[in-house]
Write a protein of this length. Structure first.
Ligand code: GLU
Length: 378
């Protein structure tokens, strides 16, 4: 059974494990710098109801920076500089975790805090560790409450938004669904403030046309998400076989309302990669790229490995085993995978047939530049 409509999100048979992302704008909706406790208490009740139905819920909660900034009296909600954000998060995270622990505790649920960085989910070994911890916590009946480890992650190694973090966490936890609570009903075909804007209930694939519907920044200025990062999250999730929903969190009982009235946008999985390929396809930081000709692009789409003969350019300084992207000559991203050679070696053998490669390399060539087992189409 798969998730076909929003009501399936409340069904343990279709959505046994669900990641629920709560953004800063909703947590601090009151505008007084204080968390919206009443609303959060109702959400905690909704989580408890899901648990009682037999669902396992993982919470990805923002709000550390906003909470800490209010406590420290920092300007711009703590987002004036990276140092401000990191200091604010260190202070705010304690309060945030405490709040969740208290509110979930009122329903007999135990909260478990996990602070993750981008690298924790990019590195295969650390990713598996995080996955194992999540699995153990859920089996023990705890509710993991996750945030990015903002105080230690620097600009280059940050997700920066909890939307993509939620999608990556869902992969690690092998969840069936991600629910992003937003301040609008879902994805509209244009800016929702414009006349005639239409809510899109189902998206089969996040195409360029879908991306162009999203406006960039967060409306409130509190979070860092906005619709664009929600679509990136949808891509990560749906490629890994996970359904992602955007629903309106501004209602008093947001989950019940979304599920009951079928209001929101559902992004359906585009395929079901096996766990390792799903991790590979969701990697956020690539070390370089290969540009390939039309013949090679066609072969990749048929499930073939990437061979040197079809490569027209090599970008970046990567080593064997590093994650790299593959683009066609128009610049369209086609795939990502793990390189079998260092960038310099590929530079030497690009455009060459396998017979010529041994001489250029000084050793017998490998069967491919990216083997199809290490390649994920986008
Ligand atoms: N991790 C940030 C926080 O706790 C929020 C990131 C986001 O806005 O998505 O404040």
């Amino acid at each position: 059974m798969s998730i076909e409509r929003l009501s399936d999100l409340a069904n343990p048979a279709t959505a046994h494990r669900v990641v629920l992302k709560v953004g800063s704008a909703l947590l601090f909706g009151g505008g007084d710098g204080k968390p919206n406790r009443e609303w959060l208490a109702i959400l905690a009740r909704e989580i408890a109801e899901a648990a009682a139905r037999g669902q396992q819920v993982i919470v990805v909660s923002s709000g550390a920076i906003a909470l800490g900034a209010a406590k420290l009296g920092l300007a711009k909600g703590g987002r004036g500089s990276l140092a401000d954000a990191q200091a604010a998060a260190a202070v705010g995270q304690i309060a945030l975790a405490g709040l969740w622990s208290e509110l979930l505790g009122e329903h007999g649920l135990t909260a478990a805090q996990l602070l993750l960085t981008l690298e924790d989910l990019e590195d295969r070994r650390r990713y598996l560790n995080a996955a194992a911890t999540l699995g153990r916590l859920l089996r023990a009946g705890a509710v993991p409450v996750i945030n990015e480890n903002d105080s230690v992650a620097t600009a280059e190694i940050r997700f920066g938004d909890n939307d993509r973090l939620a999608a990556r966490v869902a992969q690690a936890a092998q969840a069936q669904a991600v629910v992003l609570l937003s301040d609008v009903d879902g994805l509209y075909d244009r800016d929702p403030r414009e006349d005639g804007a239409r809510l899109l209930p189902r998206i089969e694939e996040v195409t360029e046309a879908v991306h162009s519907m999203a406006s960039g920044s967060s409306g409130s200025g509190l979070g860092s998400g906005g619709m664009r990062s929600k679509l990136q999250a949808a891509e990560i999730a749906t490629r890994a076989g996970i359904t992602l929903a955007i629903v309106n969190g501004t209602h008093p009982r947001p989950l019940e309302r979304a599920v009951g009235s079928d209001t929101g946008t559902l992004f359906l999985p585009t395929r079901r990669d096996r766990a390792r390929k799903a991790w590979l396809g969701g990697r956020q930081r690539l070390k370089g790229a290969l540009v390939v000709d039309a013949g090679c692009a066609g072969a990749l789409l048929k499930g073939k490995s990437l061979l040197a003969s079809g490569i027209t350019a090599v970008e970046g300084d990567f080593s064997r085993g590093d994650p790299i992207g593959v683009r066609d000559e128009s610049g369209k991203a086609l795939a990502q995978g793990l390189a079998e050679y260092d960038a310099g070696e590929i530079e030497r053998i690009k455009g060459r047939r396998s017979e010529e490669q041994a001489e250029l390399l000084g050793y017998a060539p490998r069967s491919a530049v990216i083997h199809r087992d290490q390649l994920v189409l986008l």
